[in-house]
Design a protein around this ligand. Structure first.
Ligand code: PEP
Length: 252
């Protein structure tokens, strides 16, 4: 059975001390209860080694927000998948629209990153999503299919089964403009059908597909109630423990 997941993406926020304080607070908030979903926090690289030992691994998984497309060597400033895994982190966000747009990550580069993440035992949270122009032109399915097929569909079914997908319409990220529950369900069902066409119904039914884009406590319940929405990838609302907990509670 697929899992429900609420994953935070801290982006380039929080100093090390602030990140440690937030991770501790979230750990305390979840200490006396069993969330009805998997909880993940994806942090800047420099936080990983400090944050992983601070949280209860049975309740909170830790992940990076990116990794290099090279194994190791003379790539100044890069951080490899093996380095991420060596901190105890279990997840890595790949293909976030900010990485695609500002750092020119291509479908091909992302296929390499996914391979390296899997080879190092990390679970990729692989982001797909269309820009507003694509949606207005009715091209959202085409764009999302190309992102999925181009970076993931050369994987074996066994490897694909280790991936979490996040549908994040770019026009909804950090804008306060959320996709309607119906828009989210429509795209999530499309993604699941595309996975079923490639890998079969069983793999598709077992794939967690998260929604991301201005998700908050006030709209999470409605979004997560959709049959094909298995949780959320949360940016802004993951930066305060109480806000993030409000989204986790949408599964109660
Ligand atoms: C994100 O960046 O993954 C995201 C969903 O951001 P926000 O929740 O702030 O829209």
């Amino acid at each position: 059975m697929r899992k429900n997941i609420v994953a935070g993406n801290w982006k380039m926020n929080k100093t090390l001390q602030e990140g440690i304080a937030l991770a501790k607070e979230l750990n305390e908030v979840l200490a006396n209860e069993k969330p009805n979903c998997d909880v993940v926090i994806c942090t800047p690289f420099i936080h990983l080694a400090s944050v992983t030992p601070l949280v209860d691994p049975a309740k909170i998984g830790v992940g990076a927000e990116n990794c290099a497309d090279k194994e190791s060597g003379a790539f100044t400033g890069e951080v490899s998948a093996a380095m991420v895994a060596s901190t105890g982190a279990k997840y890595v966000i790949l293909g976030h629209s900010e990485r695609r747009a500002y750092y020119h990550e291509t479908i091909e580069t992302l296929a390499v990153k996914v391979r390296l993440a899997l080879d190092n035992g990390l679970t990729p949270i692989f982001c797909v999503g269309e820009v507003l122009e694509d949606r207005e032109a009715g091209k959202q399915n085409e764009v999302v299919h190309e992102q999925l097929a181009g970076s993931l569909f050369d994987l074996t079914a066994e490897d694909f089964s280790k991936i979490v997908i996040a549908y994040e319409p770019v026009w909804a990220i950090g804008t306060g403009k959320t996709a309607t529950a119906a828009q989210a369900q429509e795209m999530h069902a499309f993604i699941r059908r595309a996975i079923a066409d490639k890998y079969g119904k069983e793999v598709a039914d077992n794939t967690s597909i998260l929604y991301g884009g201005s998700c908050k406590a006030s709209n999470a319940k409605e979004l997560f109630a959709n049959p094909d929405v298995d949780g959320g990838l949360i940016g802004g609302a993951s930066l305060k423990a109480a806000d993030f907990k409000g989204i986790i509670d949408a599964f109660n």
